[in-house]
Design a protein around this ligand. Structure first.
Ligand SMILES: [Zn+2]
Length: 542
């Protein structure tokens, strides 16, 4: 019997047992597909941050939250303000490198990407280039790429990813898997902490785990950050451009990258000055997380809550699209993440009908594509006290291919959520997909990560983006289905991530059902989830 049938049968038999109907909700395809096809429609113009389509998405979600009967947040309503700053680089901006008498002028967008999150419309950056290896400072790894060298006013050139494993230390920096130190977000945050004038990341597709198109797209759009201290200059260099700069400095890129793999590495002043003129359109934008609550039923446990999250935003529409150009200028984000936002609506509707012992918070963060900004703002001003928030289950880019015999729970293995997930999967006739090395840093690239950083056990349920080698075990046409899931990489963050009415959504319903069942297992369990001993996120990380 096909797994979805098994799941339905399990749901059904349990539903008929006395008193079970109280607790086990059943997610069905019709509402999920309706919300998905609507949110992914061209009319939503790609649900852009700071764009009309985004405002429309918030209106839709808060309306649905009211229709479903979610309890509003304190202060009434379902909106939580997120104050962010939007910056778009304007023509007339430039970058130049002075190496002794010779000067190198990279082509913006082709050789180099630059932008600012300083909030300044006119900015001149003039500073020496310093190569800082991975730019990581990791106490628990006894690693410091800065060695106390003063970086104030300097432009830091960094590698992305983190120090690779060696024969002597196969598990340093989580071995082949990515750690937070490998993520561009960490690199930018560390450059701010170092008081640097700027940071340039060296792009290679293997180390970034995505091609140049991804940062190029984001830098050619308006970029956002939470209002407050950002970097004067942020950007990327192609590997060829970096190689040319290092050569102009009389250095060899590969030699220095090899040295950066050692603990003895010290920063290298390249003897080159960067002159950059950044002209930007800067605006303050108020966006909104949307959230609603299902109060718990247990007198004691209802004070604690399980959070389900799925970001509503995507990349929006560019100027040509806004100007009515007929070509496709809308990044619909059907899979990323109309799927998760829609699933959360379908799940919330069922949860309202079957409340659990602990309370449940349904959260649709804003501005995830801009650096997990909405969930960062949520954690700073939570709708539910963080100390009483026992877990976050995130849905980002769901399975659009079909039902599977297993379920992806990458990241759950860091806490007791993994054991709970195993039990829930078993009840649904599923197995847990094998844990594969997190080569793309998936754990740090979705909203659950801000909860983890705040010390709350959290993970993202089986993502279509980070499906690795398509290791999901599909029921129908396993090989072809797995290939279709992997092929989604071609649509990731492109205008081609669009909804198709012929999609078999049984896998998406399965993931939503699994996520809700796991949420209930946590919400009804006397004990609350806990991190594994020694887990980096066991303690609050700032
Ligand atoms: Zn996403």
């Amino acid at each position: 019997m096909r797994p979805t049938l098994i799941a339905a049968a399990v749901g059904l038999t349990l539903c008929t047992s006395p008193g079970f109907a109280q607790q086990q909700p059943l997610v069905t395809e019709t509402p999920l597909r309706a919300h998905l096809s609507f949110l992914a429609d061209d009319l939503f113009e790609g649900r852009g941050t700071g764009q009309r389509g985004g405002d429309l998405a918030v209106r839709y979600l808060e309306t649905q939250a009211a229709v479903i009967g979610l309890r509003p947040l304190a202060g009434g309503g379902y909106r939580q303000p997120v104050r962010i700053e939007g910056t778009r680089l304007l023509d007339g901006s430039s970058a130049r490198f002075q190496a002794g008498a010779s000067s190198i002028t990279p082509v913006l967008g082709k050789d180099i990407l630059i932008g600012t999150s300083s909030g300044k419309a006119e900015l001149t950056v003039d500073g020496p280039l310093v190569f800082v290896g991975y730019g990581a400072r990791a106490e628990e790894e006894r690693w410091d790429d800065y060695k106390g060298v003063d970086m104030k006013g300097k432009v830091l050139v960094m590698m992305v990813n983190d120090p690779q494993p060696t024969a002597a230390e196969p598990n340093r920096f989580a071995g082949k898997s990515y750690t937070y130190y490998g993520r561009w977000l960490y690199k930018y945050e560390e450059a701010v902490r170092q008081g640097a004038a700027g940071v340039l990341l060296i792009h290679t597709t293997p180390s970034a785990s995505y091609d140049w198109n991804v940062p190029a797209t984001s830098f050619s759009h308006e970029r956002f950050h939470l209002a407050g201290a950002g970097n004067p200059l942020e950007g990327w260099l192609t590997e060829d451009m970096a190689r040319a700069l290092f050569a102009a400095a009389g250095q060899d890129l590969d030699t220095l990258r090899a040295r950066a793999e050692t603990r003895e590495f010290t920063p290298v002043d390249l003897g080159i000055r960067m002159h950059a003129q950044l002209r930007s359109a800067v605006r303050q934008v108020e966006q909104f997380n949307v959230a609603g609550i299902v109060p718990g039923t247990d007198p004691k446990l209802k004070a604690e809550a399980v959070v389900y999250s799925a970001h509503w935003d995507h990349l929006g529409m560019d100027e040509q699209g806004a100007a009515g150009d007929r070509a496709d200028h809308i990044w619909n984000g059907a899979i990323d993440n109309a799927s998760g936002a829609a699933a959360l609506l379908a799940m919330a509707a069922e949860a309202v009908r079957h409340p659990a012992k602990r309370s449940q918070v349904f959260l649709w963060p804003a501005a995830e594509e801009q650096g997990l900004l909405g969930s960062a703002a949520y954690v700073q001003q939570p709708a539910w006290p963080l100390k009483d928030t026992v877990a976050d289950l995130n849905l980002d880019s769901m399975n659009f291919v079909g039902s599977t015999r297993d379920i992806g729970v990458a990241g759950a293995e860091r806490s007791s959520l993994y054991a709970s997930a195993g039990k829930v999967a078993k009840k649904m006739g599923l197995t847990l997909a094998p844990t594969i090395p997190d080569l793309s840093g998936a754990y740090f690239r979705a909203d659950h990560f801000n909860f983890a950083k705040a010390g709350i056990p959290a993970f993202n349920v089986g993502s279509a983006v980070f499906s690795g080698d398509g290791h999901f075990e599909f029921v129908k046409a396993p090989a072809a289905s797995a290939a279709r899931l992997v092929a989604f990489k071609q649509d990731y963050h492109r205008v081609s991530d669009e909804y198709h009415a012929d999609w078999d959504l049984s896998g998406m319903v399965q993931q939503a059902q699994f996520t809700l069942n796991l949420g209930y297992a946590i919400a009804n369990d006397a004990a609350r989830p806990r991190w594994n001993a020694g887990e980096a996120f066991g303690k609050v990380k700032r």
